[in-house]
Design a protein around this ligand. Structure first.
Ligand code: E4P
Length: 226
């Protein structure tokens, strides 16, 4: 099941890891803040180390916290040195469209042997260029794409096609899940992974009619007796 957990919560990660239904974990500064991380880069490193050890050898994506080019490079090296299963997230460009982030992605992958998850992308064309720069993973934010009035599945179909045609190694991650239905929809469209918040996994598993069916089985089993 090609699913990543979009969470920095150790208990939630452990819960779904034990079920064998997640293949990696993704985080971003917003998720880590929500999940109680404080104390700057040191706090991020401490939580990342715990998650990385817990899920080893599955990949953990951790994002840099700056758009200063030198600091991005230094943080990327620092994060990657925490554990061999850490993938560094770099946004496709800066808050004002600064494009040199692609230089950093290219350098980390081709010269520093650091795996990069290029993130915060809203279109197949952004993902294609990040893949060409050498990113191991390209993250398209499906829910945010839909919020802008475009169908994320169309972007995924086109992205899957061009990555295959041009033999690019990047794996497609779709994040920003908004509904349980998104997971199957986006996988069918061609995503390699969908990264989901924990409550969506529960929504995928638990079905009211399954509950009723199981209740019926247990009641009838009790009537059969020992
Ligand atoms: C994916 O890698 C992102 O961390 C995440 O899914 C973004 O989701 P949001 O749009 O709900 O913030």
């Amino acid at each position: 099941m090609p699913i990543f957990l979009d969470s920095g919560n150790l208990k939630e990660i452990e819960k779904y890891l034990k079920m064998g239904i997640i293949r990696g974990v993704t985080t971003n500064p917003t998720i880590l803040l929500k999940d109680g991380v404080r104390g700057g880069m040191q706090g991020i490193k401490e939580r990342s180390l715990k998650i990385a050890r817990l899920i080893e050898p599955l990949p953990l994506s951790v994002e840099v916290t700056t758009n200063d080019l030198l600091q991005m490079r230094l943080q990327a090296q620092e994060l990657a040195s925490i554990a061999s299963n850490i993938v560094v997230k770099i946004t496709i460009h800066g808050p004002n469209g600064e494009m040199q982030n692609l230089e950093v992605i290219h350098e980390l992958e081709s010269e520093r042997n650091i795996r990069v998850n290029a993130t915060a992308m809203m279109s197949a064309q952004q993902c294609l260029l990040a893949a060409m720069a050498g990113a191991s993973y390209v993250s398209l934010f499906g829910g945010r794409v839909a919020n802008m009035g475009y169908n994320p599945s169309d972007e995924i179909v086109r992205l899957h096609k061009v990555l295959n045609v041009f033999n690019l190694k990047a794996k497609i991650i779709i994040g920003s899940t908004r509904e349980v239905l998104n997971v199957i929809e986006w996988l069918v469209a061609g995503a390699d992974f969908v990264t989901v918040a924990p409550h969506f996994l529960e929504g995928m598993i638990v079905h009211p009619y399954s509950k009723e069916t199981v209740r019926q089985f247990l009641e009838d089993a009790a009537k059969i007796g020992n």
